[in-house]
Design a protein around this ligand. Structure first.
Ligand code: ATP
Ligand code: MG
Ligand code: FE
Length: 341
């Protein structure tokens, strides 16, 4: 079984082909960094137009790389949300058109499920259930991953996502765009103990994350003129790590029977964060699984793979499936959040 995956929910346009056994036959990606750089963030209208231009050539290139025709593809998987609605529509409508024209089943993939299952594409020995720290541009969550379509959200951020915190800190420090890798590079040259910064919610009984207070403290530190950019970046990164580790450890203690500690999402590309999680897993005698860096940030291989897992579970969609700018992996937790946290 061969799955074509399409991704266009943010500022990467991507197409990939994977097999049901997890073999990556081709993956193509076009980044829009240059188009958004002058604005210091993703501009939805620019992103949507760029997806329209980039997607079809990427699909053709991926098919060519794999030496396949569309007829030889068995399943079409496309991101249907969450994300910027204009971009999501481009990929989903393209997926629907291909599925219709070639008479293939369509799987509408939740982008977060793409991130959540990507570690199983990287490491086929990874079994359900696992504890997943999902840290990306728009999300910071701990999930109990039980299977495709089967997630319990144990914790989420009450304000900013972790990637958002990196991006805002990068903008504040003027270290460049995109923010995460720029802050990581600056941090490598700084002293993580130089700047006293808060660790919001660490040690509290509630399970959630918070980064807004940290961001304000970084702003004050930068404005004080007392610290170097590198020291602020290093101290910020350490504060994020301490928050992530404390919250994750809390769930490891509360839940027995997890097969592994797993990290996914763009922020999982950060080497210091990976190292800290690896040490945490070792302290709890659990395997640690993190996808290779290119599979952490947005890509279409993870969407094709989530499509493969859903297809194998009989979860296919019809061509009326809508694009969803908001789409929680665990709708129950989302409802509870509306009522309180
Ligand atoms: P979501 O998946 O929540 O919809 P997204 O698709 O925009 O959001 P990803 O592509 O998964 O997010 O991740 C991008 C985020 O990862 C950005 O916020 C970026 O700053 C962050 N990031 C990327 N590399 C690193 C790094 N080395 N260190 C820290 N953060 C990083
Ligand atoms: Mg991106
Ligand atoms: Fe993402």
């Amino acid at each position: 079984t061969i799955i074509l995956g399409l991704e266009s929910s943010c500022d990467e346009t991507a197409a990939a082909l994977v097999t049901a056994e997890g073999k990556i036959l081709a993956h193509r990606l076009a980044m829009q960094e240059e188009a958004h750089r002058p604005y210091g963030g993703v501009v939805p209208e620019i992103a949507a137009r760029a997806h329209v231009e980039a997607l079809s050539p990427l699909i053709e290139a991926a098919l060519e790389d794999a030496n396949l025709t569309l007829d030889q593809v068995d399943v079409i998987a496309a991101t249907a949300g969450p994300g910027l609605i204009g971009g999501v529509m481009v990929g989903l409508v393209t997926g629907k058109a291909l599925a219709h024209a070639a008479n293939k089943p369509l799987v509408a993939v939740n982008h977060l499920e793409g991130h959540a299952l990507s570690p199983r594409l990287a490491d086929p020995s990874l079994q359900f259930p696992y504890l997943l720290l999902l840290v990306s541009g728009g999300h910071c969550q701990l999930l109990h991953v039980r299977g495709p379509g089967n997630y319990a959200r144990l914790a989420t951020t009450i304000d900013d996502a972790s990637g958002e915190a990196f991006d805002k800190t990068a903008k504040l420090l003027g270290v460049g765009y995109p923010g995460g890798p720029a802050v990581e590079q600056a941090a490598a040259k700084g002293n993580a103990k130089a700047v006293p910064l808060p660790r919001p919610l660490v040690g509290t009984a509630e399970p959630h994350f918070s980064f807004a207070g940290l961001k304000s403290a970084v702003m004050r530190a930068a404005q004080s003129g007392k610290y170097s950019t590198e020291d602020i970046a290093a101290s910020f990164q350490q504060a994020v790590i301490d928050c992530l580790i404390d919250r994750t450890e809390r769930q490891l203690a509360a839940h027995q029977g997890m097969t592994a500690l797993v990290v996914a999402g763009g922020v999982a590309a950060n080497q210091s964060i990976r190292a800290a999680l690896q040490a945490l897993a070792a302290r709890h005698d659990l395997p640690f699984v993190a996808p290779p860096l290119w599979l952490c940030t947005d890509n279409a291989a993870m969407i094709a793979w989530a499509g493969a897992e859903r297809y194998a579970a009989g979860l296919i969609d019809d061509l009326t499936v809508p694009a969803r700018p908001r789409w929680p992996l665990d709708p129950d937790a989302e409802k509870a959040r509306g009522a309180g946290v």
